[in-house]
Ligand binder design. Structure first.
Ligand code: FE2
Length: 387
């Protein structure tokens, strides 16, 4: 049987304290003269955006700020950013933030050169032209959207998250400067960190995992187990922030190529339907989905237990796999993540919605690489268990 694998990465990746200072040079290498900065209002308020625009302007490149990105970016956000880019005649896009600004910027940069609307590119590799050059400056250790070919945009009319998986939305340059991550509040650090853990776990148990993605996934899991608690407990802990920056990047290397599974397929539905935070939805669903997945490959979960620092000496593979599930729940509890969908504040998740959420989850591209195939009733059962 012929089966081949690809490996997708941005061509340039800058890491470490102070790496954002290289952004001006990078924009000039891409021949940019006027940059559209895609971000949100909070990052403008706390001064992170100014730190980036100062560096860009010092290099003689003009900037225009679009700060209208919502937490789950919408088709409307992409259109508003695109209008500004065209009105201001920008020739390079810079996203500043976590997953939401990066995803919105990918949508803007793709439609800017390919035309039409972002909905035209839902699915896999639907574009035909390179997007406008995009530099992604990452400020949270979570989604890894700064370095992936995934772009998730909420279609407000259909109440679903569209997955645009296209190698052409891979940013030209990804910058992970841990100094930009220091001021993040504990709840955000916890939720984004659990998103990164979910990427690594889902990639490791994925049907598309390879030795290349496995090595990145296991290192990510180890770094998260060792550093996420410290990053939540003390946001100024540089070592924890630096290690979490590497961990989320490694998890991105893993899932950008091995893809994900039912946790993300199901979390996308919760996010799209109720506008809930992505990392929290993943954290709640992760142990329940992996309990369902356990029979597909218990050795993989046993490996995860070991990477999380659990002592599995003398245990059977099945016992070690159970330890992974316990370790995930303990980490999630330790960092203050709600443990069930009914505990979530702000929006009331309703059991009667599970049927339609399950139907849509099974259509989500992330479900294709889950190691165990579920029926709709089984997906509803996982939602019920997480309720
Ligand atoms: Fe994610």
């Amino acid at each position: 049987m012929k089966k081949t694998y690809g490996y997708f990465m941005p061509p340039v990746n800058l890491m470490g304290a102070g790496s954002v200072e290289e952004i001006g040079d990078q924009i000039k290498k891409l021949k940019g003269t006027k940059a559209l900065i895609v971000t949100d209002e909070v990052l403008v308020e706390i001064g992170i955006v100014e730190q980036v625009t100062d560096q860009i302007e010092e290099a003689g490149v003009e900037t225009v700020v679009f700060d209208g990105v919502q937490p789950n970016p919408t088709v409307g956000n992409v259109e508003a950013g695109l209008d500004l880019l065209e009105a201001e005649d920008c020739d390079v896009v810079v996203s500043v933030g976590g997953g939401s600004p990066h995803d919105c910027a990918k949508g803007i940069a793709l439609v800017a050169t390919n035309g039409g609307v972002i909905n035209d590119y839902e699915g896999v590799d639907q574009s035909t032209k390179p997007m406008m050059p995009l530099i992604a400056v990452n400020t949270t250790a979570g989604t890894a959207s700064e370095m992936t070919r995934f772009c998730i945009i909420t279609d407000e009319e259909r109440h679903i998250k569209m997955a645009i998986v296209d190698w052409r939305v891979t940013p030209n340059v990804a910058i992970n400067d841990p100094l930009l991550m220091m001021k993040k509040p504990p709840a955000l650090t916890a939720a984004t960190g659990m998103d990164a853990l979910t990427h690594a776990v889902e990639a490791y148990v994925s049907t598309e995992a390879t030795p290349v993605t496995d090595s990145a996934a296991l290192m990510a899991i180890e770094l998260i187990a060792k550093n996420l608690r410290n990053a939540v407990a003390n946001g100024d802990n540089f070592e924890a922030r630096d290690n979490m920056a590497y961990a989320e990047f490694l998890a991105g290397m893993a899932f950008n190529n091995a893809s994900l599974g039912y946790v993300h397929a199901m979390a996308h539905q919760l996010g799209g339907y109720y506008d809930l935070p992505h990392g929290v939805c993943n954290a709640i669903l992760l142990p329940h989905v992996e309990r369902f997945n356990l029979i597909a490959n218990p050795q993989r979960l046993a490996d995860i237990a070991e990477a999380m620092g659990e002592n599995i000496d003398g245990l059977s593979v099945r016992e070690a796999a159970d330890k992974a599930l316990d370790a995930i729940v303990t980490l999630s509890e330790d960092i203050g993540i709600p443990q069930s969908l009914s505990d979530l504040e702000g929006t009331e998740v309703k059991k009667e919605d599970f049927e339609v959420l399950a139907e849509n989850a099974m259509k989500d591209a992330c479900s294709l690489t889950n190691p165990r195939t579920a029926t709709k009733e089984e997906v509803i059962g996982i939602f019920d268990a997480a309720f």
